[in-house]
Design a protein around this ligand. Structure first.
Ligand code: AMP
Length: 423
């Protein structure tokens, strides 16, 4: 089979690394890819958002299956486009992907199906939002309705921050169209957890649990990022929460979608807050998480390809997924300045030495190959994953590997998975 993976981050490198282990796979293309994907697949110089060119490429190269990594092409309708051309593609349609691309759509659906989530009000008029925020108890969470590169969620600890956030989003269009409408919701206290599910329209299979670290600095300080690390299994997940997820979230969600005439096919993962009253949905994501995927796939023993195909074909209930009992820890190495402005073009050393350690996988994110060197080319540069008998062992090995890799300005968190070791 010929496979096209769309995207160019650590998630896509991990997906290709896993798909390449499938006996049925002959060739893998990655658009646009990075230096890591170039080493194990064929990079194609087409942007993940260039839907027409991706379609042309897949057709001209007889691609049998396309797997979409990031959220943008899904929100733009890549699945609808490929399907209309009778090409197989893994991911939800544009309409189903609204679960992630419109927080208001997701909130309305959760409300209608009584899915536990933060209490929220939605606004399309800034004057109304400003009036509303005068009477709130703080902190509150203000969210742009649309996709904003993970930056459209602001925790306002007082009315002044709430006012300036509302103005920036709604009046000054800081997030473009994404902030034209907003959600203001209750601030939930607890710990977060990511649960991935392969959803085939009617049924689903859960993947193992994972936790990610969104803030830039140790101790959950600093600004939000795309994710600075992850580990699996999550230390705050248990069978009781899993049955709450299945009964109060997944099944009602699929019921609600089907009422709207939507069959969801693809990867769906709710981001959850585990509060003292149980789990609450913070958001729905319509694609594999980054960096959760880099922590999850090294633990997956089953072949990924038949699982993706069964998801498309509505047959996921015929499959079980086997997992390595070992734990995994993923540490993200970022460029100086990330998630703000950062420099690129720094030479990376120590990659081969780190990859030689048994149980270690070095996934590339923002990297490129130029003049016989691997250079930094993005904010998040690498995701280093290690497996271990315990989280503590995986953590020690991941940081040993990280210590071997160097580039100018490299920064990473030193406390990934620490809570799971010390608690
Ligand atoms: P979202 O994109 O909605 O998941 O928001 C991004 C991040 O903001 C989440 O991973 C949480 O860390 C935080 N967050 C979102 N909603 C809430 C909430 N209601 N209470 C507390 N933190 C939140």
């Amino acid at each position: 089979m010929k496979i096209l993976v769309i995207g160019g981050g650590g998630r896509e490198h991990a997906l290709i690394w896993k798909l390449k282990q499938s006996a049925a796979v002959d060739r893998i293309f990655c658009a646009p890819g990075n230096a890591g994907t170039a080493a194990i697949a064929e990079n194609v110089a087409v942007a993940a958002s260039d839907l027409p060119q991706l379609c042309v490429f897949a057709k001209q190269n007889d691609v049998d299956l396309t797997v979409v990594g990031p959220d943008d092409p899904l929100a733009m309708g890549i699945v609808d486009l490929f399907t209309a051309d009778k090409m197989r593609i893994f991911g939800p349609t544009k309409s189903a992907a609204r679960l992630e691309s419109s927080k208001i759509f997701a909130k309305d659906l959760m409300r209608a199906q009584k899915i536990p989530t933060a209490q929220a009000s939605t606004f399309s008029d800034s004057k109304e939002a400003l009036r509303y925020c005068e009477q709130l108890k703080f902190p509150v969470v203000i969210k742009a309705d649309g996709l904003a590169l993970g930056k459209g969620v602001i925790i306002a600890s007082n009315v002044a921050t709430a006012r300036s956030t509302i103005k920036a989003m709604m009046n000054e269009a800081r997030f473009g169209d994404a902030g034209r409408r907003i959600v203001i919701e209750e601030f939930l206290r607890g710990t977060e957890c990511s649960i991935h599910a392969l959803v085939d329209g009617k049924n689903y299979r859960l993947l193992e649990s994972a936790r990610d670290h969104k803030r830039a600095l140790d101790g959950d300080e600093g600004p939000n990022t795309g994710g600075m690390g992850a580990f699996s299994p999550a230390d705050n997940w248990d069978p009781k929460l899993q049955s709450q997820l299945e009964n109060e979230m997944m099944r009602p969600l699929l019921r609600g979608l089907s009422k709207e005439g939507i069959a969801y096919r693809g990867l769906l993962y709710p981001g959850l807050m585990i509060t003292s009253d149980g789990a609450r949905v913070l958001e729905f994501n319509c694609r594999f998480g980054d960096p959760e995927t880099q922590a999850l796939l090294p633990r997956m023993k089953s072949d990924l390809l038949p699982l993706l195909e069964a998801t498309i074909d509505g047959k996921i209930d015929n499959y079980t997924i086997d997992w390595d009992k070992r734990a995994s820890v993923t540490v993200v190495l970022a460029s100086a300045g990330y998630p703000g402005k950062y420099e690129t073009g720094k030479a990376i050393s120590g990659l081969d030495e780190a990859a030689k350690l048994e149980g270690v996988q070095v996934f590339h994110a923002g990297t490129k190959f130029a003049s016989n060197e691997i250079l930094t080319a993005g904010g998040r540069v690498l995701a280093v994953t290690a497996l271990g008998e315990t989280i503590a062992a995986a953590r020690a090995l991941a940081y040993e590997a990280v210590s071997l890799v160097q580039f100018d300005g490299c920064h990473y968190r030193r406390d990934i998975a620490l809570s799971a070791v010390t608690s």
